[in-house]
Design a protein around this ligand. Structure first.
Ligand code: SF4
Ligand code: SF4
Length: 105
């Protein structure tokens, strides 16, 4: 884990000087549960992507063909570098395609 700098090193007002700098700070280290998406159950409704507060759900232009033969143009995946394991996505998924499992490190 990177060492934290003291408050004296912050710019006045703690303003963000570099756009997009939050990408550098991976926020997943304290996660205790991890969401796992069952691609077979997922109906690509996008609700998990909409509700994720990080956002740690990736909407990828990656076709997926289910066992039923139906092909989807997009695939939703979790970005485990930023997912904090809050479980909102699993709570909101209308078809229960997301399961929260214990994080193992
Ligand atoms: S568990 Fe929370 S942070 Fe992680 S992907 Fe789901 S909604 Fe986003
Ligand atoms: S909420 Fe569930 S069904 Fe909808 S895109 Fe996310 S994983 Fe798929």
């Amino acid at each position: 884990m990177a060492s934290l700098s003291g408050w004296r090193t912050l710019p006045p007002g703690a303003v963000i000087l570099e756009p997009g700098s939050s990408v550098k700070y991976k926020t997943a280290s304290w996660r205790t549960l991890r969401p796992v998406i069952d691609q077979e159950k997922c109906i690509r409704c996008r609700l998990c992507w909409t509700y994720c507060p990080e956002p740690a759900i990736l909407e990828l232009e990656k076709p997926y063909t289910a066992k039923s033969g139906r092909t989807y143009k997009v695939t939703y995946e979790i970005d485990y570098d930023y997912c904090k394991g809050c479980g909102l996505c699993a709570e909101e998924c209308p078809v229960k395609a997301i399961t929260m499992v214990e994080e193992v490190r």
